[in-house]
Write a new protein. Structure first.
Length: 500
């Protein structure tokens, strides 16, 4: 995508009436960046008027110039205002209607996918063609008036639409069931993905659903998960996941760790031969709600170089700690040991965005903000050598100790050629084994109060404790619906088509 508005050069064609007073002035012209011919125009809607559902064989971008609109794209319905933008994918039925009391005008353009998304992301400046420079490929009378005002768009509107979380969970579960995942397990995986989206961590949300489906289809991850306890000493156990679904295995390990903690005060479950399990906090929060302080580690495919090196051999190797926090619910840490989780780089690629400076270097060791170059290169560790050292020790706990794969032998969920081999370690400490749970809850509340009483720094509205932002985001997203990137929605539609 470009960083500045595109220039579109047009000649006006004969206006026509779409019925109910809806009037369209079409144009044809050239997109300056590549010379693509596009069709575009302005449609004017009287109060209460709309156009019926229709489709195009190419994507259509729509900008709201004036008034208030209701857009229906596929099964989604949402409101737009002046300056907002959206697009309708090729072949998807869509319509627009005036939801206000005054006139409404929309500017639309359809052509290639790159044209549509570039102008949605950057805006557009219009230059009309003169009689002399129209050329044979652009016909029609000279325009009587200039198109103005289409220079700034709301990027969030252009790239997202809101979806009901329960419907999304049901959909994800149905997709997984269609490829052989038992219903109970399918709902667990679906809930874990949608929960990540609710928390605001779309890098670990339903954008990963297709990855899991592809791995099941390729035979490198089993749809039916059968974890086996191969070592049991009472408080400690080793579980072999036999390449089953990572979420199911992690949830099993968490239940086992809590069960053992209730009997012994501490429970530790090592897991080998598992798969990617999504966001670690999903499982440590479960244990915290059951009255335990929980620690979960995992290893991952190589994403960063060892400190001072130039070839990646160390995973992001995330870990999570969660503790019950009295009336505040759960305090939870969930981090990768890189400057950003690798999934966030994939999410930036999906959205057509750059990544911040300091996240990654390319294959030649040069700092990059291009997500594709970052994926091909190396993600940088958090806190320099400290992040690298923590990541390596997490591999000791998750891979070496458990008897699973470690280092470069771990494969990620992004590919379908290799089994994962990743391992986990789940530790649960029962609060009651260390003292009065009510006293613990009171002390946690005092700790939270102390942290939140610190005056915010300039430019900061509020100080948060770990996990508070996610809890608030979940409440908000449950009320408003989940805002998913349109590319994610298109990927989900393709999954629906391929799984029936």
């Amino acid at each position: 995508m470009t960083d500045t508005p595109l220039v579109l050069r047009y000649a006006e064609i004969e206006p026509f009436d779409r019925g109910t007073g809806v009037r369209t002035v079409p144009y044809v012209g050239k997109w300056n960046a590549a010379g693509n011919t596009v069709t575009t125009g302005i449609t004017e809607f009287p109060a209460g008027a709309g156009i019926p559902l229709h489709t195009h064989n190419v994507e259509e971008a729509v900008f709201i110039l004036e008034g208030e609109a209701t857009a229906v794209i596929g099964e989604e319905s949402f409101d737009l205002g002046p300056g907002d933008a959206t697009w309708a994918p090729a072949g998807v039925p869509h319509r627009f209607a005036n939801r206000g009391n005054g006139p409404m005008r929309i500017y639309w353009a359809y052509g290639g996918r790159e044209v549509t998304r570039t102008i949605c992301a950057t805006g557009v400046t219009v230059e009309h063609l003169s009689d002399e420079d129209r050329g044979a490929d652009v016909t029609g009378p000279s325009p009587s008036a200039a198109i103005t005002g289409v220079t700034a768009v709301n990027r969030e509107r252009a790239e997202t639409a809101r979806v009901d979380p329960q419907r999304l969970t049901d959909f994800a579960a149905a997709v997984l069931a269609a490829v052989g995942v038992p219903e109970r397990d399918a709902r667990l995986v679906a809930d874990s993905l949608v929960t990540a989206d609710l928390w605001g961590h779309q890098s670990h949300g339903v954008m990963r659903l297709g990855w899991y489906v592809n791995r099941i289809r390729a035979g490198v991850m089993w749809a039916v998960t059968a974890p086996e306890t191969v070592t049991d000493t009472g408080p400690a156990a080793v579980v072999d996941g036999h390449d089953g679904v990572g979420q199911v295995i992690a949830a099993f390990a968490g239940r086992e760790a809590v069960r053992r903690a209730r009997a012994h005060g501490v429970g530790a479950v090592a897991v080998r031969n598992s798969n990617h399990f999504g966001t670690a906090a999903y499982y440590t929060r479960m244990a915290a709600r059951d009255g335990c302080v929980a620690i979960l580690t995992t290893n991952a495919s190589p994403a960063m170089a060892p400190w001072g090196g130039r070839r990646r051999s160390v995973g992001t190797n995330p870990w999570s700690i969660a503790a019950p926090a009295g009336r505040h619910g759960v305090m939870v840490l969930d981090i990768a040991n890189t400057a950003a989780a690798r999934g966030k780089v994939y999410l930036a690629k999906l959205r057509g965005e750059t990544v911040p400076t300091g996240w990654a270097i390319d294959a030649n060791g040069v700092p990059t903000t291009d997500p594709q170059a970052a994926i091909a290169g190396t993600i940088l560790p958090m806190a320099g050598h400290k992040g690298y050292a923590i990541a390596l020790m997490m591999d000791v706990l998750s891979g070496v100790l458990t008897g699973s794969a470690f280092g470069a032998a771990v494969s990620g969920p992004y590919q379908v050629e290799h089994r994962s081999g990743c391992g986990h370690l789940f530790i649960a400490l029962e609060v009651a084994a260390f003292g009065d749970p009510e006293g613990f809850a009171q002390r946690m509340e005092e700790l939270v109060a102390e942290v939140k009483a610190v005056p915010p720094a300039p430019g900061v509205d509020e100080v948060f404790f770990p996990g508070e932002i996610e809890a608030r985001a979940a409440r908000d997203n449950l009320d408003r619906g989940l805002a998913l990137p349109r590319q994610t929605l298109e990927d989900l539609r393709e999954l629906a088509r391929s799984t029936g």
